[in-house]
Design a protein around this ligand. Structure first.
Ligand SMILES: NC(=O)c1ccc[n+]([C@@H]2O[C@H](COP(=O)([O-])OP(=O)(O)OC[C@H]3O[C@@H](n4cnc5c(N)ncnc54)[C@H](OP(=O)(O)O)[C@@H]3O)[C@@H](O)[C@H]2O)c1
Length: 232
């Protein structure tokens, strides 16, 4: 080989250079092709579906408001304890709230008339009324199940179904709740607004609207028991 190179001189060296550059070119193209294929195969970034959580407080006998619609019994057993502990933890993963008109009206006029308590979150209020929406509070006549389905398609953090009973029922019936976070308050009210109203099915009829759940977590603080479930 050395001998041929010497005999043929520079033209052979040029030929060798051309051959080598073609080989390198081929290797370059092959590597480029492999990387390109790999890039093509990387799945596009997907946001995990937003979780829809019913986070609500309930008396031991199953009511979310007393017979007058009041929630002033929502407290643990010791008056000086911070009962909001689990709420603060929960709200970190939430940016959207869904509530019915009655709940909105009670919060805005009775529970906290001077300050909107869900500042920094987007609240959707379901009502048949025509109201002027703001960036933070959006009034909608949309069916609550369609609203929640649409919100789930958007990017964002979790969706909190705040209440009340009226907007919760269709969401449970249509199985749109991904997580049930029920805080059981150590109080028996005797009457009020039930979280799970009785269905009209006659005794002995096949189970109607049964939703099997699995327990994710329980926690106890100040006599309040948080029961956290997801559909099985
Ligand atoms: N324990 C808790 O943690 C908790 C949490 C939240 C609420 N609550 C209690 O729950 C009570 C309120 O519950 P609620 O069942 O009476 O009322 P709600 O669910 O808060 O609101 C019901 C109202 O929402 C509107 N609405 C419902 N479905 C609609 C639809 N498909 N399209 C358009 N608008 C619709 C209607 O208002 P329009 O008449 O304006 O159309 C309806 O009267 C309050 O006493 C509150 O204190 C308790």
């Amino acid at each position: 080989m050395f001998w041929i190179a010497e005999a043929e001189g520079a033209p052979l060296f040029d030929a060798l250079t051309i051959v080598l550059s073609k080989v390198f070119d081929k290797i370059y193209k092959l590597v480029y092709y492999i990387i390109k294929q790999d890039i093509k195969n990387i799945p596009p970034r997907r946001y995990p579906m937003r979780k829809v959580t019913l986070f609500i407080a309930m008396s031991l006998d199953g009511y979310i408001a007393d017979r007058n619609g009041s929630v002033d019994w929502l407290a643990g057993q010791e008056p000086d304890y911070d009962d909001m502990e689990s709420y603060h933890e929960f709200i970190k993963d939430i940016d959207t709230v869904v509530m019915g008109w009655n709940t909105y009206h009670q919060v805005a006029t009775d529970l906290s008339p001077d300050e909107w308590i869900y500042r920094g979150l987007t609240t959707h209020v379901v009502t048949h009324r025509t109201m002027v929406s703001t960036e933070e509070i959006k009034f909608t006549k949309e069916d609550v199940c369609s609203l929640v389905t649409a919100l789930k398609q958007e990017d964002g953090k979790g969706i909190w179904i705040c209440g009340g009973a009226n907007i919760i029922q269709p969401l449970i019936r249509e199985n749109r709740i991904d997580r049930y976070h029920i805080s059981v308050i150590p109080t028996i009210l005797g009457s009020g607004l039930p979280l799970f109203p009785r269905t009209a099915s006659p005794v002995g009829a096949p189970a109607d609207g049964e939703i099997k759940l699995k327990c994710i977590k329980t926690q106890l603080y100040n006599g309040i028991t948080d029961l956290i479930y997801e559909p099985r």
